[in-house]
Write a protein that binds this ligand. Sequence first.
Ligand SMILES: Cc1ncc(COP(=O)(O)O)c(C=O)c1O
Length: 391
Amino acid sequence: MVQPNPYRPGRTHTSRVPPVIPPIYQTSTFELDDQSYKDIQGTGGLHETWYSRFSNPTVDAAAAEVARLHDARRTLMAASGMAAIATTLVTLLRSGDTLVAARQLYGDTGDLIARDLPALGVRVVRVDAADTAAWAAAIAGHRPAVVYAETLSNPQLRLLDIPAVAAAAHAAGARLVVDNTFASPFCTRPLRLGADVVVESATKFLSGHSDVLAGAVTVDDTGLYEEIQRRVITFGGCLDPHAAFLVWRGLRTFRVRMAEACRTAAALADEMARQDGVDRVVYPGRPDHPDAGIAARIMPEAAGAMVTLVLDGGDERALRVLRGLDVIVEATSLGGVESLASTPFNSSHFSMSPQERLDAGIMPGMLRLAIGLEGPAVLAADLRQALAHAD
Ligand SMILES: Cc1ncc(COP(=O)(O)O)c(C=O)c1O
């Protein structure tokens, strides 16, 4: 008699009533049936759930939620924001193509565009992110396959005029890809403003608790979705189900977290504009922001939860203020419930010379704040005491 296999997992117990919260499908593979084989042989396995690098219900649940926030057709989850960005760009670009990209980009995206894509035969043209006329001229002149930029640049918080750049891209037959990590779909939904693809680090505001790395690619075009999905599958940058559950769980409070963080950011920005020792406050919701007009159009309800201060006394004093913070945590990243602060000169932009930083609009004394849920009074008091002790 054949002994039962002690390693074969038992059938999952299904309760008579559905769980309120969906289970985590922490499994690499699924039992095959006739439908699975039909899908594998018909579409390459893109439509059925049979192996978790292709699809997994927990990952799909997080993806559906991100798509809903963007009012979009489909979202693909990836292992990190960089996996989402690299997979998208390598899918959309071929050797011999031109990419027109913003000069101000997240550092690793900048490296991908400056080093890895040219090594694959892609020609890269860079444009100042906030210069709408320069985008139009570069796109019309170079006829790129892809145009790439971030909704909000880091740490200058300059804005991309998405409708204008999308129109220029489409007139030249190019696709516009927007990294919407800093704005999040609470503030800006780039597809609804004309972009073709949105890439995001779900590590930040989407998941919201600084406890997971994840990425998302959101599109309306289902053909394009499948093209990128094939690369997530073949390059292997898929999201793990447990990480997907953390993203899904964080998304449950996305709207209330974002509403609160953006409200706090706006109040704190105004408070800091009146503070001695602060030379300038950069916040897209303030009338003195250089792109206030664009902000009113592309972030009509909330101007985000990132605030950049330019402190008197340069980078050394900014570092002393950073070190003196008690509530705000000295760390890179953004989008968690706890507020974070960092100085670009020794973190995100350390590899640039002081002159290069100046040319890029990164002023000495800049302190970047990623606002969480502590409330404006607590954060203002922390900044005030750190400023007082830095002298
Ligand atoms: C604007 C932006 N895009 C992409 C990324 C990369 O995301 P991840 O760290 O999830 O790969 C980051 C990370 O800080 C980011 O700030």
